[in-house]
Design a protein around this ligand. Structure first.
Ligand code: FAD
Length: 460
């Protein structure tokens, strides 16, 4: 029988971060993983999708090379190579993270972890003793009743990433980050794409102007977007090679057909068969309930990452794992501030944000205002030929505090880091704008928007 200070169930981004931090703080640690170390992010999420999007971006750039003075021949996409490159990237990172875990002398126990009591977990019939447990079992794709995924025509993101042929046409139900990233990829590689969203704008968790701008760009490239639309799932019809959906949209019922349907309608915690009932931990609205240090109602049982809900992002899972490990090691870690977590949608153009929208700031009792600056007036955007989009800053008119930043445009995912840091050090919008940005860089766009919020603008 093995005994550890910490046993982590689930070796995804959250789980391995918790184990490594605990080991650094002098605790013995093991990770139980039933599939592959790296979890959803590495094998079925962040990394494979971004590898696909990189292929789509390369295709678009090569196709659009003419105005840069570069002549190309016939350009085409080899989907098998897209997938094999994606697998190579994933496997490189997989071996790398396994190496890091080995270097820290953390045991990886392969198998399905089932909690017998707060201090006992069984894996393949072997019992493991744990002074503390971290549940990091992640999340699974949600289903729509009456339209269950079959892995054949109606797919979730796991099925889609495993598909060996490039779809000719696809209906994507759900226009959050995952749905929009796939829509962007498939339209750029030549598929017919319909994107259906129940709410009035796509990327509905983002600033509405950003959602509108992304919709404009996707629609201009040919995506058939239906917002404020409801799929009548019980009317789904399956033919040999086509799925037909009936959608309530703009006060009428419309029929849409495609070779495949992707359901991207959210995720739920993985807790089934885990044995949570053998602890005092509680499930609240489908997610494992925790306090600010990620402790469940059972004092030696912690939970982190997607399994606790909130922002389902890999860097959030890692940050939570870090805090939980510090708490287990007897430290007094700072509470995470979810308002300074950057969120990125890697569509083309990219969307990135941190902090509050103007509406959220109003709801939180601020007297906010916003300023935006377009990439159209940014020299580097013009040089790169990517002028669609803008940066918007939201600030408090009384204190001048930067409350949020929202970017749509080239490399928004990289640009948001500056605004995240500004939020972390509680900078004002004036400080963000007065920070000197190199010229010509895309970062000047965020700087200009921030300067405008302080009433200063050289160009305006
Ligand atoms: P997971 O990574 O899901 O890991 C959980 C692990 O637990 C899994 O390996 C599973 O096998 C294991 N497990 C579960 N139950 C047991 C058990 N009983 N015993 C043993 N092992 C068990 N986030 C971003 O930040 N950026 C992105 O670009 C991004 N893109 C995404 C794209 C897609 C298509 C998807 C689906 C998600 C994406 N995400 C992205 C979200 C990100 O993948 C998750 O937030 C992140 O993986 C959560 O980490 P986690 O450690 O909580 O869980």
């Amino acid at each position: 029988m093995s005994e550890y200070d910490l046993v982590v169930i689930g070796g995804g981004t959250g789980g391995y971060t918790a184990a490594i931090r605990a080991k650094q703080l002098g605790l013995s640690a093991a990770i139980i993983e039933r599939d592959k170390i790296g979890g959803t992010c590495l094998h079925r999420g962040c990394i494979p999708t971004k590898a696909w999007l990189q292929s789509a971006e390369t295709l678009t750039r090569v196709r659009g090379a003419g105005p840069f003075g570069v002549t190309t021949g016939k350009v085409s996409l080899d989907y098998a190579t897209v997938r094999s490159r994606q697998q190579e990237v994933v496997e490189t990172l997989h071996q790398s993270i396994r190496g890091v875990i080995k270097k820290h002398k953390i045991d990886i126990i392969e198998g399905d972890g089932q909690i017998q009591s707060p201090s006992q977990v069984s894996v393949n019939g072997t019992s493991i003793t744990a002074k503390n447990l971290v549940i990091a079992t992640g999340s699974h794709p949600k289903e729509i009743p009456g339209m269950e995924t079959d892995g054949d025509r109606i797919l979730n993101s796991d099925h889609l990433l495993a598909l060996e042929e490039l779809p000719k046409s696809i209906i994507i139900v759900g226009a959050g980050a995952v749905g929009c990233e796939f829509a962007s990829f498939f339209i750029d590689v030549g598929c017919e794409v319909t994107l259906i969203e129940m709410l009035p704008t796509i990327v509905p968790l983002e600033d509405t102007d950003i959602g509108k701008q992304l919709a404009k760009s996707l629609a201009a490239r040919g995506v058939n977007i239906m917002t404020a639309a409801r799929v009548l799932s019980d009317r789904t019809k399956m033919y040999d090679s086509v799925v037909e959906l009936t959608v309530e949209h703009e006060s009428s019922e419309k029929s849409v057909k495609a070779q495949y349907v992707l359901l991207a309608v959210g995720r739920g915690a993985v807790t089934e068969g885990l044995g949570i009932e053998n602890t005092a931990a509680r499930i609240d609205k489908g997610w494992i309930a925790v306090d600010d240090a990620y402790r469940t109602d059972d004092p030696s049982v912690y939970a982190i990452g997607d399994a606790i809900g909130g922002l389902l992002l890999a860097h959030v899972a890692a940050a939570e794992g870090f805090v939980a490990a510090e708490a287990i090691a007897g430290k007094d870690p700072d509470k995470l501030d979810y308002n300074r977590v950057p969120r990125v949608t890697y569509s083309h153009p990219q969307v990135a944000s941190v902090g509050m929208t103007e509406q959220q700031a109003k709801d939180a009792g601020h007297t906010p205002k916003s300023q935006r600056f377009s990439f159209k007036y940014n020299a580097m955007a013009l040089i790169e030929g990517e002028t669609d989009g803008f940066a918007k800053v939201v600030y408090d008119t009384e204190s001048g505090d930067l409350l949020g930043a929202h970017i749509i445009g080239p490399r928004a995912g990289e640009l948001i880091a500056e605004a995240s840091l500004a939020r972390f050090i509680q900078a004002s919008a004036w400080e963000l704008g007065t920070n000197i940005h190199a010229h010509p860089t895309l970062s000047e766009t965020l700087g200009e928007a921030a300067q405008m919020s302080a009433g200063i603008s050289i160009y305006w």
